[in-house]
Structure formats: structure tokens, C-alpha cells
Design a protein around this ligand. Structure first.
Ligand SMILES: Cc1cc2nc3c(=O)[nH]c(=O)nc-3n(C[C@H](O)[C@H](O)[C@H](O)COP(=O)(O)OP(=O)(O)OC[C@H]3O[C@@H](n4cnc5c(N)ncnc54)[C@H](O)[C@@H]3O)c2cc1C
Length: 406
């Protein structure tokens, strides 16, 4: 039986940062990681470039986690994106923001981030125990961990086993089982930051076309449940882009989604149509549509979908045709047939119920010495570096809380 003061279960960003900070406070710490290397998800993050955080004020940052940002207040105020940038700079790997606010290591290589974290673990004498799969956890005075490499025990443990998506990186939801056995409730996990599939998908031919900052509404049984603005992208098979990915946490099969491609109301569109027809009645319909700066391929596709011949002059369109165009452009509701699954979702919506975790310490409200950090909790951020920052900030908060109890 190996005994530590702090055992971190899961070597993702949450667990590694927590261990490094605990080590820096002189706490005897081990990371148990079931894969042969830690940080497999960091390696795929940001397409291998690692979009590690985002610029901006913490107050705004906290709006990027759906309705759950409030829970992260202490964690992110105490360890902000600026703190993270200073940390990397001090350790020789500068982070640089892109124009869109996403922050990457200057080398644009996730592997450099992981290598640095290994070096720091060594510096603080963290025992990294790889290919060590935790199988079960029990708690009396201390925690006993039964693993593929034998028994471990510790006064404090961190569950940082991640969510359910990209299971090949190691996070496949096992941590929920440990939390459940220790008495915690789990909000059913589902993939998020994922594209959506819609019935009779009309945009296959438009793969690669994107729209910036358009209005997106989501409906559940005809009731609007979310409205926002964002960028969308047509792919061969589905709708994607940040505006779709970020909203996927609110969506489920059977919901409907409407997209306003021209950020103009249907009424305004009709008025514009009438006015334009009055002056330029001999122009082709597509010439009128191009005044909205729509891509040509999109206009062709829309005319096809609304069964309007490209050869028609604007003055020959009847009221029904005009309304069909207006609806297509402003408020047509597409039915969502499914969301992208665990193989493509970049985060998990759901997880350990936040009501049972103290947001000021990350300690369980039910079991003393049990801490949570990162994606295992019912926290998911928008695309743009928000998930890794939340994982790191919560991991560090847990380590600081343990250091205070020493
Ligand atoms: C393709 C992709 C791209 C992404 N890009 C970005 C990005 O650019 N920016 C961003 O902010 N976020 C990104 N994310 C999300 C981000 O990577 C995760 O939110 C983050 O890694 C979560 O950190 P974590 O430490 O909580 O969990 P994880 O990184 O999932 O780590 C959990 C660890 O626990 C280990 N583990 C699980 N079960 C056990 C067990 N029983 N015993 C021992 N070990 C166990 C796993 O092997 C794993 O190493 C991306 C995700 C994906 C899938």
C-alpha cells in the first residue's frame, strides 16, 4: 500500500495543475493516470495547437459557461487567464493571444505544454504513476484506492477524470462511478461543443461556407429556449461553427433551430423586397438577394430549395414565393435529428452535481477530503479556451484548499 497526502486521479490539465501546485506547497502528491502518458486531451486541443485560455475580463469570462459560470467565480478570480499567462511566461513558454482572443503557446504546439507540465511535476517531486487505472475508491478515515497497480491510500483525493467524449484520450466517464459510490449525484452527461444534424439537410452542397454573427434560436416543442448570435459553418453532413457548438449544450434531438442569415426581420425583408421591386423590377431575383451580401452558392441553393427559377425577374415573384424566400432567410425552423456523439463532442455537458461541491474550495460537501476539478463536474465552457482554463483554475483551487488544511 502506497500512502500520500494527496492523490490526483486523472492526469488532464485539472489534475496536473492541481498536483503541481500541491507539490509547490510541499504536499506529498501522486497522480494516478490510466494511460501511458498524461495530458492526451491537451495534445488534441485546438487541433494540436492548444487553445489554452482566452483574453478578456474575468466577469465576461464567467458568462461563457451557460448557466454555471457563477460556480467558477472563486476559482477563476483566484487563478485568472492573466495568472495562467504569467505562469507560462515564468516557466519559459510564452502564451500569445490571437486577434479573436484565443490564447495559444507561442510555439502553437500542444506537445510543448505537456512537456513543460512533466518538467514541473518533476521539479515538485510529484509521483506520476502511469498505466495505473483506478478501479474503485472507498472512504473511512482516509481514502483507499484500488488500482490496476495495487492499493493506494491518501487523506485527500482529487477526482479529475474528465468527461465522456474522445474516450481514446482516457476520459470515458469512469470518475462518475467513483463519485456515485462516495454518495454524489450525477447530472446525466451528454456530449456538447458538438455539431448538429438536421432533417433533410439542405446544405450539403454548401460545405465550407460560413456566416458570421448571425442570430440563432432554439425551440423545444415550439417554445423558444435559447436565443443568441454566433458564427456558423455548413459541413457536408451537419451544421457546425462556434455558434452551433456553443449552443449544443442547450439542444437535444427533436428540438428545432432557426437561423437568420441576414439579421433582418421577415417584415423588414418584405419591405425591402417591395421597395426594390418597385425600382428594379427587371432585375433577376438573385441580383436582389445579392444586396444582402450572401455567397453566390448560397443564393443558388436557396432558390433551388424554395423552388424559384434562377431565370425569374424579381417582379415576377408572387407573394408566396417572396414569403418563402423571406422565411428561408430569417426564421425557417430546422428539426434537429441528432447531436454529434462522444467521438466528436469536444466537451461534456452534465457531470458531478455542483450543488454538492463547495465552489470556494472544490471540496465535496458530502465527504471530507474529496475534491473535484475540471470537466468531471457539471461545467462546460464555450469554444475558445474556456474549458482548459476552468480545468486549471479549479484544480489549483483544490490544491490551495488542501494546503490551507495542512
Ligand atoms: C478534440 C478536442 C479539442 C479540444 N480543444 C480545446 C481547446 O482548444 N481549448 C479548451 O479550452 N478546451 C479544449 N477541449 C476541451 C478540453 O481539452 C477539456 O475540457 C479538458 O482537457 C478537461 O480537462 P480535465 O483535466 O478535466 O480532463 P481530461 O483532460 O479529460 O483528463 C482526464 C484524465 O483522467 C484520466 N482517467 C480517466 N479515468 C481514469 C481512471 N479510472 N484511472 C486513472 N486515470 C483516469 C484520463 O486518462 C485522462 O488523462 C478540447 C477537447 C477535445 C476533445
Amino acid at each position: 500500500m502506497k500512502t500520500y497526502e494527496y492523490i490526483v486521479v486523472g492526469g488532464g490539465p485539472a489534475g496536473i495543475f492541481s498536483a503541481i501546485y500541491a507539490g509547490s506547497f510541499g504536499i506529498k502528491t501522486a497522480i494516478l493516470e490510466k494511460k501511458n502518458r498524461m495530458g492526451k486531451k491537451i495534445l488534441v486541443a485546438g487541433s494540436g495547437q492548444c487553445n489554452i485560455t482566452h483574453t478578456g475580463e474575468v466577469k465576461k469570462f464567467l458568462t461563457k459557461y451557460g448557466d454555471h459560470g457563477k460556480f467558477l467565480r472563486t476559482a477563476i478570480y483566484k487563478y485568472s487567464p492573466q495568472d495562467l499567462q504569467s505562469f507560462f511566461k515564468d516557466n519559459g513558454l510564452e502564451l500569445v493571444p490571437r486577434e479573436d482572443g484565443k490564447v495559444f503557446p507561442i510555439t502553437k504546439r500542444s506537445v510543448d505544454v505537456v512537456e513543460l507540465l512533466y518538467t514541473l511535476c518533476k521539479k515538485y517531486n510529484i509521483d506520476i504513476i502511469e498505466e495505473c487505472k483506478v478501479l474503485s475508491i472507498t472512504h473511512k478515515d482516509d481514502f483507499s484506492l484500488n488500482t490496476s497497480l495495487g492499493e493506494f491510500s491518501s487523506k485527500n483525493i482529487l477526482l479529475s477524470t474528465g468527461g465522456i467524449t474522445f474516450p481514446q484520450t482516457g476520459s470515458n466517464g469512469q470518475g462518475y462511478r467513483f463519485a456515485k459510490t462516495l454518495g454524489h449525484k450525477i447530472v446525466e452527461p451528454k456530449p456538447c461543443l458538438t455539431p448538429i444534424y438536421i432533417r433533410d439537410y439542405p446544405f450539403t452542397e454548401l460545405a465550407g461556407i460560413s456566416f458570421k454573427d448571425i442570430s440563432i434560436n432554439i425551440f423545444d416543442a415550439n417554445k423558444k429556449i435559447s436565443t443568441s448570435n454566433g458564427d456558423i459553418l455548413f459541413t457536408h453532413k451537419n451544421l457546425s461553427g462556434p455558434g452551433i457548438l456553443d449552443n449544443s449544450r442547450y439542444m437535444k434531438k427533436g428540438n428545432k433551430i432557426s437561423l437568420n442569415f441576414i439579421n433582418t426581420t421577415l417584415e423588414q425583408f418584405k419591405e425591402n423586397f417591395i421597395e426594390y421591386t418597385h425600382i428594379h423590377g427587371k432585375n433577376l431575383t438573385k441580383t436582389f438577394l445579392s444586396t444582402y451580401k450572401l455567397p453566390e452558392r448560397f443564393i443558388k441553393n436557396m432558390l433551388f430549395e424554395t423552388k424559384i427559377c434562377e431565370c425569374l425577374k424579381i417582379s415576377s415573384l408572387n407573394k408566396k414565393m417572396r414569403d418563402n424566400l423571406g422565411n428561408f432567410l430569417t426564421n425557417y425552423q430546422y428539426e434537429i435529428t441528432k447531436l454529434g456523439g462522444i467521438d466528436i463532442g469536444m466537451a461534456t455537458n452534465g457531470g458531478i452535481n455542483l450543488k454538492e461541491i463547495n465552489p470556494k474550495t472544490m471540496e465535496s460537501k458530502l465527504v471530507k477530503g474529496l475534491y473535484f476539478a475540471g470537466e468531471i463536474m457539471d461545467i462546460d465552457g464555450d469554444t475558445g479556451g474556456y474549458n482548459i482554463q476552468a480545468a486549471i483554475s479549479t484544480g489549483i483551487l483544490a490544491a490551495r484548499s488542501i494546503a490551507k488544511t495542512k
